[in-house]
Design a protein around this ligand. Structure first.
Ligand code: FAD
Length: 296
């Protein structure tokens, strides 16, 4: 299949990019599984204009429908290989279909690092979270456990003291600036030096069992181990990811390689829907202009 713009990723960034590119009358293919978006299964309550928690799955479904109405071809598949072919790009899907595109938008999000302990997967979305800034509002007056060694964990622990009534921070070796650690301590975070053995609960998280043998009854577990981005495709396309695996873009969402754009969580923080959608608009517009030869 040949197209003008191929968008890799079917989350809010990719879908918005596809809609904006298609609006400029270029042919657009969007490749990715919406059910694998970070937004799938999430309840979003801080998005402009939508009071209360909005259902991530519903927004994604509506977005994919809109992209189709705008004329985009939607392929719910993964890309497993990519390469530069002259001035074009070749993408290969998991079932060996090749897509040749004049421009590529990488909107692959990030994959959050997990603890790999019993209970983590089954209780994800039922008290296990990877994003304190996203889910803090659901834990007003409750008890939470933050897990992690780095700045991300310290900042999340301090943030949670403004919502939860009791905040534990479980760490192995602190690798965060003294300043942020002191802020967490001064805010009343109870620090525990241990690892997590398992997360326990039936319908929702009820407790965590520590490697030191203790049990902490809790309503939520925030796993804040930092994140590894899915930037491998970028490397295939000669875009060098940054140290943290994110992809550097300019204010037009252009990477250092002509014709390759990126948007959303894969380009860095804050990992939020509002930013993903905003960058998607910019990336889609820039890619369409690139294909049409529009110069600034
Ligand atoms: C539990 C939870 C709660 C959250 N709550 C909030 C909140 O309240 N407010 C808020 O603003 N944000 C929240 N977020 C964050 C928000 O969901 C993300 O910032 C947003 O989804 C990022 O959009 P994105 O399009 O960049 O990436 P994603 O939504 O992660 O989408 C990435 C897409 O790329 C696809 N992909 C990856 N690799 C490939 C490949 N090789 N080939 C094809 N496709 C690929 C994936 O399948 C997916 O479709 C939350 C996240 C989580 C996990």
């Amino acid at each position: 299949m040949e197209c003008d713009v191929a968008v890799i990723g079917s989350g809010p960034a990719g879908i918005q990019a596809a809609i904006h590119a298609a609006r400029r009358k270029v042919s657009v293919v969007i490749i990715g599984k919406p059910q694998n978006s970070a937004m799938a299964g999430a309840r979003i309550e801080n998005y402009f204009g939508i009071p209360g928690a909005m259902n991530g799955d519903m927004i994604l479904k509506n977005g994919v429908g809109q992209a189709k109405i705008f004329g985009c071809t939607v392929m719910e598949k993964n890309i497993i290989a990519a390469s530069n072919v002259g001035e074009k790009f070749s993408l290969t899907t998991e079932d060996d279909e090749e897509i040749i595109a004049k421009a590529v938008i990488i909107a692959t999000g990030i994959s959050r690092k997990g603890l790999n302990v019993p209970g983590e997967k089954t209780l994800y979305g039922k008290g296990v979270s990877y994003c304190a800034v996203c889910d803090c509002g659901f834990y007003k007056g409750k008890t939470v456990v933050i897990v992690g060694d780095e700045t991300e964990a310290a900042v999340s622990a301090e943030l949670m003291t403004r919502y939860a009534s009791k905040v534990y921070w479980v760490y192995r070796t602190i690798d965060a600036s003294r300043n942020v650690v002191a802020k967490a301590e001064n805010a009343g975070v109870k620090m525990i030096n241990s690892g997590i053995k398992s997360i326990v609960g039936s319908d929702r998280v009820e407790s965590v069992i520590l490697e030191n043998g203790d049990t902490i009854p809790t309503d939520g577990v925030f796993i804040e181990l930092g994140a590894k981005s899915s930037a491998d495709i970028a490397t295939d396309l000669d875009v060098i990811p940054q140290m943290d695996d994110s992809i550097k873009v300019n204010d037009r969402c252009e990477t250092d390689v002509a014709g390759v754009f990126a948007c959303g969580d894969v380009t860095g923080k804050p990992w939020q829907v509002a930013r993903a959608v905003g960058q998607g608009c910019v990336a889609g517009t820039s890619a369409a202009e690139y294909v049409k030869g529009v110069k600034e």
